[in-house]
Ligand binder design. Structure first.
Ligand code: CA
Length: 234
């Protein structure tokens, strides 16, 4: 997922089936400095979102093909992108439902475009703060402050190096790093990483050459120190 700490030049997907309203919103948002793409129905919105990332989605509730609830629900399965819902429905229950399915904010029609822009800025700022400490990707949840990782809501115990590696890569989704870059990114835990790398090579070697890798004949562990190849005289 992306970080949302830039509120200027953010890209916004406007999902609204009333074309005139969609155009008016898009024009206003562009003038406010955002880049905007319009989707006139829910299916198109999901396709647009699958094609490229957006920093925020303005999502009308009542939409043809796939409605706003469903769009929100499906996007939330693997994205934390901020969503502001638009609705003609009045009253608290709709609002609560909107927030329950993962919308970040809720705006009842008719609304002023100025109000929409204010909400967009507020939601992007909030998301920016959140994005710095939590990363969500598919089934994976990484809490950068608490150093906790959950997969499918179950906590996974990682070593410091594993955590540093995962956190670093997850903070730069889509980017390719060389092993050296990754080592560099793990500065604090580099020694441990290198040691563990040796461990894993030893383990693999043993699998290949030892009759019983649990009781190695050739490559022996010297506890607290390291490894040695067996002494010829023994
Ligand atoms: Ca509508």
């Amino acid at each position: 997922m992306r970080k949302y700490n830039k509120t200027v030049n953010a890209s916004i997907l406007v999902v609204e089936d009333e074309e005139k309203l969609a155009q008016a919103i898009a024009l206003y948002l562009r003038n406010a400095g955002f880049s905007v793409e319009i989707a006139l129905d829910g299916q198109t919105a999901l396709e647009a979102f699958a094609r490229r990332p957006f920093d925020l989605i303005v999502l009308d509730l009542m939409l043809p093909k796939v409605d706003g609830w469903e769009v929100c629900h499906r996007i939330r399965k693997d994205s934390d992108v901020p969503i502001i819902m638009l609705t003609a429905r009045v009253g608290e229950p709709a609002r609560v439902q909107g927030l329950e399915i993962g919308a970040d904010d809720y705006l009842e029609k008719p609304f002023s475009l100025r109000e929409l822009v204010a909400r967009i800025h507020a939601v992007l700022r909030r998301a920016g703060k959140k994005a710095q400490s939590v990363i969500r990707a598919g089934d994976l949840y990484i809490d950068l402050e608490k150093h906790e990782v959950f997969v499918r809501e179950r906590r996974v115990e990682l070593t410091a190096s594993e955590f540093a590696l995962l956190a670093f890569m997850a903070q730069h989704p889509g980017r390719v790093f060389t092993r050296l870059q990754l080592l560099d990114a793990m500065r604090g835990s580099t020694t441990e990483t290198l040691e563990r790398a040796v461990d894993s090579h030893i383990k693999n070697l043993r699998k290949k050459i030892e009759r019983n890798p649990q009781e190695p004949e050739y490559i022996q562990t010297v506890y607290g120190v390291g490894y040695r190849f067996r002494d010829r005289t023994l």
